[in-house]
Design a protein around this ligand. Structure first.
Ligand code: UD1
Length: 431
């Protein structure tokens, strides 16, 4: 297993290209099941989750291929993936695959909408809280599906096809909204999704579905109306830039000091987080090719955050912001409202010298911690990257184990940071 070794203390200077968003690419790939025609996705990030999803889709009969590089494309240009679900050969998604990536559970929606049946394993335990799928199943039931649970599998059927209906989510759910959008696109009649998630990745999926021929209005607001169509066509679609990668590198620069252009980044995708990073002491300017982040030497200000559905502060940047606050001039409060148990990084940050007290869903971070390098490991994607952020300023060397978590969500992280002056290297092998 690979490890990443970082020796802290260097400011970041240069350009970091921002990749396509993982959390948009995954549902877009899954949407390919909705059509017999070819869906071509551009700007897809090179991530292990994308590779795994290609395999999962392959099991269902989707031909998935990565196109070769085209003239003028650099190493950083995202990949182009073609997905052709001409014939669905298997409507079962097995435990071995679904348990490795929760988002693959979402195949249930397009499979049911197109084939009238799907048998998908429940995702099983997850490191960040219980993360149930009850709301996803409720959405499918509202569209006329029969749902049964048998031996750890969800068996969903709609022999006469799905029917439009009203889905009123009692809680904002990104996955639930993705599932509802995909299923309703091929349902008979009109569907109204109330209290829909407003995340940019939802809008990205809706825009792609519209290009495929779906009739959707209101994506990006909390009420989405879908007029079902009998069939969808192929399309070309480019994945939007990753706002979590953008926010992570912005926080890294706020942490180390320096001056970095985040190429291709879009401020409108994470304005709330950028406002908090600025309050902490970074300077952020919008440039024609991206966002510039800089910070002059000096202490950071303590800033409280509360995670919320979009457009609030994203839970996926909570761990990184907590790492930043360990270096603020005073105490800050970090309130996690989306997931229970999303504080696993606290113990590992403590190994680097951070002083953080947990009170239920609030973490109180004492500022001015002296961070010192140590071997650490993390149990999820965002937690791992928060350790990288801390290690960039820790005295001495930090080794981050279990790097496969990072490879799920951050493309070429060590290259991107290394080119900006960080002392960082990947060590291959046992870890
Ligand atoms: C997606 C993102 C993840 C992000 C999260 C919140 C992807 C691949 N993942 O996850 O990175 O952290 O949104 O922005 O896009 N819930 C239920 N029942 C359900 C579904 C969800 O109770 O059936 C709860 C969850 O436990 C959680 C909350 O709703 O407390 C929000 O979860 P949700 O928005 O669905 O997260 P994901 O789609 O799994």
């Amino acid at each position: 297993m690979d490890r990443i070794k970082i020796t802290g203390g260097r400011p970041l200077e240069g350009i970091i290209p921002i990749s396509g968003a993982k959390n948009a690419a995954l549902p877009l790939m899954i949407a390919s099941i909705l059509t017999r025609e070819t869906l071509t996705l551009h700007n897809v990030p090179r991530l292990s989750d994308v590779r795994l999803l290609m395999r999962i889709l392959g099991n269902h009969g989707v031909d998935a291929a990565i196109s070769g590089k085209r003239l003028g494309q650099s190493e950083e240009s995202g990949e182009t993936i073609t997905l052709s679900a001409r014939d669905i050969v298997d409507t079962t998604a097995p435990y071995e695959l679904v348990s490795r990536m929760r988002a693959s559970f979402w195949v249930i929606a397009p499979m049911l909408a197109r084939m009238g049946q799907a048998r998908v394993s429940l995702p099983g335990g997850c490191a960040i809280g219980t993360r149930p799928v009850d709301l996803l199943l409720m959405a499918l039931e509202k569209l006329g599906a029969d749902i049964e649970i048998d031996s750890g599998y969800v068996i969903a059927t709609a022999p006469k096809g799905l029917k439009g209906g009203t889905i009123d989510f009692p809680k904002v759910t990104v996955g639930g909204t993705h599932v509802a959008l995909m299923a309703a696109s091929l349902a008979d009649g009109t569907t109204i999704i109330k209290n829909a998630a407003r995340e940019p990745e939802i809008t990205d999926l809706a825009e792609c579905l519209i290009k495929m021929g779906a009739k959707i209005e209101g994506a990006g607001t909390s009420q989405i109306v879908i007029e079902g169509v009998a069939r969808l066509d192929g399309a070309h679609y480019a994945v939007l830039p990753d706002r979590i990668e953008t926010g992570t590198y912005a926080i890294a620069v706020a942490m180390t000091g320096g001056n970095v252009l985040l190429e291709g980044a879009r401020a409108d995708l994470l304005q709330n987080a950028l406002d908090h990073i600025e309050k902490a002491g970074a300077k952020i300017t919008v440039e024609p090719t991206g966002l510039r982040i800089s910070r002059a030497p000096g202490l950071l200000a303590p800033v409280d955050i509360t995670t919320e559905p979009f457009p609030g502060f994203p839970t996926d940047l909570q761990a990184q912001f907590m790492a930043l606050m360990t270096r603020a001039s005073g105490s800050s409060r970090i309130h996690e409202t989306i997931f229970e148990n999303r504080f696993m990084h606290v113990q590992e940050l403590a190994r680097l010298g951070a002083q953080i007290k947990l009170e239920g869903d609030v973490a109180i971070v004492k500022g001015q911690s002296r961070l010192k390098g140590a071997p650490v490991m993390a149990t999820d994607l965002r937690a791992s990257v928060s350790l990288i952020v801390a290690a960039l300023v820790a005295e001495g060397t930090t080794t981050v184990n279990r790097v496969y978590h990072l490879d799920r969500g951050f493309e070429a992280l060590e290259k991107k940071l290394g080119r900006c002056g960080a002392d960082i290297e990947r060590i291959s092998g046992e870890g």
